[in-house]
Design a protein around this ligand. Structure first.
Ligand SMILES: Cc1cc2nc3c(=O)[nH]c(=O)nc-3n(C[C@H](O)[C@H](O)[C@H](O)COP(=O)(O)O)c2cc1C
Length: 158
């Protein structure tokens, strides 16, 4: 056991880790996507998930204004979209447009359900907490959708 710089230790132990894409609402019928490594289940009953969103992200602005998100676990089919969602900002491009025919509107707030995802969870934001340069949004799951494919890991992404 040796002491090491904090970030170096977190990098060394982070894999394997599932990657997620959160879909957020810009305005009615306009959506954005953000790739996430920092997400977790936080409650058994009701089922809840937390997502951690950097304050510089366009998605942060969306979540401050519209208290809903879909947490999607992408499959290999969505690798390009997941890369795009993690490297480009919704302030500059319409990321959902690149998978136009591959989503349909969810039941809760009409946010996109990704057809090729391993799973999709429609969430209502019920609370949030600031965590340094990120804010953690806790979402209560309203509806859940399952696909056939297996979830993508961060290691498979790049
Ligand atoms: C593998 C991977 C994991 C990421 N995890 C997070 C995360 O947990 N939280 C976050 O705020 N940004 C994360 N990012 C960065 C955002 O996805 C990225 O900055 C994105 O372009 C922001 O999009 P937006 O400006 O449209 O919100 C991650 C990026 C990648 C590639």
């Amino acid at each position: 056991m040796q002491r090491m710089e904090i970030n170096a230790v977190t990098q060394k132990v982070k894999h394997p880790q599932k990657v997620a894409v959160a879909i957020v609402q810009i305005e009615p019928d306009k959506f954005n996507s953000i790739t996430l490594e920092w997400f977790m289940r936080t409650s058994i009953d009701p089922v809840m998930f937390a997502i951690s969103i950097g304050h510089t992200r366009f998605s942060y602005k969306c979540l401050q204004e519209n208290r809903v998100f879909n947490l999607c676990l992408p499959s290999l089919e969505l690798v390009e979209f997941t890369r795009l969602s993690g490297t480009k900002s919704g302030a500059e491009i319409d990321k959902l447009k690149t998978i136009e025919s591959n989503w349909f509107k969810g039941r809760y707030a009409g946010l996109p359900i990704l057809k090729d995802a391993a799973a999709n969870f429609e969430c209502e934001v019920i609370t949030q907490v600031e965590s340094g340069d990120h804010t953690i949004y806790v979402g209560k799951v309203k509806y859940a959708w399952i696909g056939e494919a297996k979830p993508l890991t961060v290691a498979e992404l790049f």
